[in-house]
Design a protein around this ligand. Structure first.
Ligand SMILES: Cc1cc2nc3c(=O)[nH]c(=O)nc-3n(C[C@H](O)[C@H](O)[C@H](O)COP(=O)(O)O)c2cc1C
Length: 344
């Protein structure tokens, strides 16, 4: 890999925090970011998150050990706080002979006690923040770093855009702790500007799906290649009596089925036949199954093809190393251009 002095200068804090050369994070993606992809990204000099998803603790442990066989570089384990095995996963992480070095809390937000428990293993804790109030709460709870994720992202999302989160959170707290920005990033140019805004690094999901090393079904990648930004739509919440976390995925038969399911469950809740919690759990179960159907089985019509709006910025599958090279060289060129503009 060549040298990218300006990008590397702006990334120095993120690199030191993550213990890697390039703080370009491959975000956790359930059913997608498995040990092979994690190792490929880390071995290329960047950083990746193993998805805890809905995996039982013993399966997640096996995957951690598998990553360690494939790379000696640091990586993170991502846990979804609303997943059924979440507490079991925390206990497993606490019991590891060689603790993992980084843990990312995603989904809803962790309790302060859980952040402290993970930190006591020696791991650094990164917390997702999709609003300023969550960001401030996570800082109070002792997060070592934040991942600021705007609603342009693929998968489960908040409601605030990356642009607004940058102004509300990054500009205010970048001096306090490292903040990595995610959501809608598909080019080195954008990465360069976020670094200039004070980001310690960036996180991408959608672009990493379109790499050779990503083992999702070929149909999943083809669907990405054919889709535009406007095709990656967010699900709606029909009624506040059944709160749902929005999901951004490429519009297909599966997204229509989700809407039907939501309406049916809403009727059940209204009629008193089902509790709100059970209905919410049913909805989450839908996504886990639907993502597997598309990502592993290749059923991209009925399954869930989760993708960010940045899907409109990608149309071919390339090796991880080439993706990194592209992000860094584009970013460096952009920083040179900015410098020229500013020279008087
Ligand atoms: C297919 C898919 C699955 C995802 N699953 C997870 C997950 O399990 N946990 C998580 O924290 N984020 C998940 N994400 C979000 C990514 O880690 C990342 O933050 C996001 O994709 C960044 O936005 P981008 O898609 O615009 O690059 C997922 C994203 C995609 C596209």
């Amino acid at each position: 890999m060549k040298n990218y002095p300006k990008m590397e200068k702006l990334m120095a804090r993120g690199s030191a925090f993550l213990g890697c050369r390039y703080p370009v994070i491959c975000g956790a993606m359930t059913w997608v970011s498995e040990p092979n992809l994690i190792a490929a990204v880390c071995n290329a000099g960047a950083f990746a998150c193993l998805a805890g998803g809905n995996a039982p603790a013993d399966i997640l442990k096996k995957q951690i050990l598998e990553v360690r066989k494939l790379t000696d570089k640091p990586f993170a384990v991502n846990m979804i706080t609303i997943a059924p095995a979440y507490h079991e996963q925390i206990e497993m992480l606490k019991s590891l002979e060689k603790p993992v070095e980084y843990v990312v809390f995603a989904g809803s937000f962790p309790r302060d006690r859980e952040v402290a428990e993970i930190k006591s293993t020696g791991a650094k804790v990164l917390c997702f923040a999709s609003t300023i109030s969550i960001a401030e709460r996570m800082i109070r709870y002792g997060a070592d770093a934040l991942i600021l994720e705007g609603c342009e992202s693929g998968g489960h999302i908040g409601q605030v855009t990356t642009t607004v989160l940058v102004q509300q959170v990054l500009f205010r707290y970048a001096d306090k702790l490292p903040i990595f920005v995610a959501g809608g990033i598909g080019t080195g140019k954008m990465a360069a500007h976020l670094l200039l805004c004070g980001a310690a690094g960036i996180q991408m999901g959608t672009r990493f799906v379109m790499t050779d090393e990503c083992r999702v079904h070929a149909n999943f990648k083809d669907y990405f290649a054919r889709s535009n930004a406007r095709d990656a739509v967010s699900t709606a919440q029909f009624d506040p009596r059944l709160p749902v976390v929005s999901v951004r995925a490429i519009r297909n038969h599966g997204t229509a089925e989700f809407s039907k399911l939501q309406l049916n469950l809403l009727r059940e809740v209204e009629a008193g036949n089902m509790t709100r919690q059970t209905a919410q759990a049913e909805l989450e179960k839908f996504w886990v199954g639907a993502l597997r159907k598309a990502a592993i089985d290749g059923d991209v019509e009925n399954g869930s093809v989760m993708a960010g709006q940045s899907v409109g910025l990608v149309d071919k599958v390339i090796p991880v190393a080439q993706l990194l090279e592209e992000i860094l060289s584009d970013g460096e060129a952009e920083l040179n251009r900015v410098r020229q503009i500013l020279e008087v």
